[in-house]
Design a protein around this ligand. Structure first.
Ligand code: SF4
Length: 335
């Protein structure tokens, strides 16, 4: 029976302020409406996540919000002097509660990457596409060379990494192939890509691309088929089950369902509810669903993690590097 993996997570939106303006984004807010999550809100989500048996705290935020004029005052009014130090504090709180941080904070400067990496079991950044698309005209951080450089820096630091393609934003087939080859090259050089998400564009009301058609299952399946033929076999292909039919996608090569939450909505597609695990198990009868951690098993087995997250990873993982199922989790903070 083929194995399909997933993790149980909670989504924590650190801030929705962002220097970019992607044409399809409904997450970002302008200064004045943007928010930074309060400690108490984050804490409450983490407590609920821990109680529900989640293992992953997915910290997500707009890219380099400090580049938006007026951010310093927003941060001061909120009561922090440094957003990255605040994010580290939230990561520490997650670890205290038995949740492994996975941060997706956009392209980061090297000092910020070095600050955050030890507190994370894995990190992420969508490549989206190597094409220059109109959707990214107002988004300096979406320049493909900037994103590839960031992923290469993460690779040099041996950070287990999640990336992906956003398909249907004007890139076309030649660039889908080009993007996948770029990711395959990165992985062959650094060995750090644990999974590649194939995310279909899903139009959101109120965004510049609201009137554009979304990508259907047949096209998503073709991209997954292509991805499976290009990417090294150990790189998982993730297909979020709230965006595409999981059985169709598994049939053509997807082998991961991603982070699924019973607590928080998909922060990027809040209008697309998560199916629950029992429902997925029922639908995917021909597959064996296996829970993993936000760090993939092979990186657990070779110890690609810092001493700060080591104790929790080793307590949560079984001998194969997946989430242990015997319930015998006990750990001591190690850093
Ligand atoms: S970088 Fe992310 S948060 Fe910022 S506008 Fe683009 S999609 Fe939205």
């Amino acid at each position: 029976m083929r194995v399909l993996t997933y993790s149980k997570n909670i989504f924590i939106p650190v801030t929705d302020l962002c220097r970019n303006r992607c044409g399809y984004c409904s997450f970002r807010r302008d200064l004045g409406r943007a928010r930074i999550i309060k400690r108490s809100q984050a804490q409450s989500l983490m407590e609920r996540g821990a109680k529900a048996g989640c293992t992953e705290a997915l910290f997500s935020m707009g890219e380099s919000p400090w580049e938006v004029p007026g951010f310093s005052k927003m941060a001061r009014d909120f009561g922090i002097s440094d957003l990255m130090e605040y994010l580290v504090e939230l990561c520490e709180a997650a670890l205290e509660m038995g949740l492994l941080p996975h941060t997706n904070a956009g392209v980061l400067r090297q000092d910020h990457l070095e600050l955050l990496a030890p507190y994370n079991a894995s990190m992420g950044l969508m490549l989206e596409t190597t094409a220059g698309v109109l959707a990214h005209a107002g988004s300096p951080g979406k320049a493909p060379e900037v994103r590839i450089d960031f992923m290469a820096r993460a690779g040099k630091m041996k950070i287990p990494f999640t990336t992906g393609l956003l398909i249907g934003i004007g890139e076309g087939w030649p660039y889908r192939l080009h993007s996948l080859k770029a990711l395959a090259d990165l992985h062959r050089t650094y060995g750090h890509l644990q999974e590649v998400i194939i995310q279909p564009f899903d139009p959101k009301p109120g965004t510049p691309m609201a009137g554009r058609p979304g990508v259907g299952d047949a096209e998503t399946a073709e991209v997954i088929r292509l991805a499976r033929s290009i990417l090294p076999v150990e790189v998982a292909i993730q297909s979020p089950p709230n965006l595409a039919d999981p059985e169709t996608m598994a049939r053509v090569g997807a082998n991961d369902l991603g982070g699924i939450s019973s607590i928080t909505p998909d922060g990027i597609n809040p209008d697309r509810p998560w199916p629950d695990i029992a429902q997925l198990k029922d639908q995917l009868k021909g597959y064996s669903l296996r829970e993993r951690l936000p760090i993939y098993p092979r990186y657990v087995l070779v110890g690609w993690y810092s001493r700060r997250v080591a104790g929790l990873i080793e307590a949560l993982a079984d001998e194969d590097g997946y989430k242990r199922t015997d319930g015998a989790v006990s750990w001591k903070r190690s850093g």
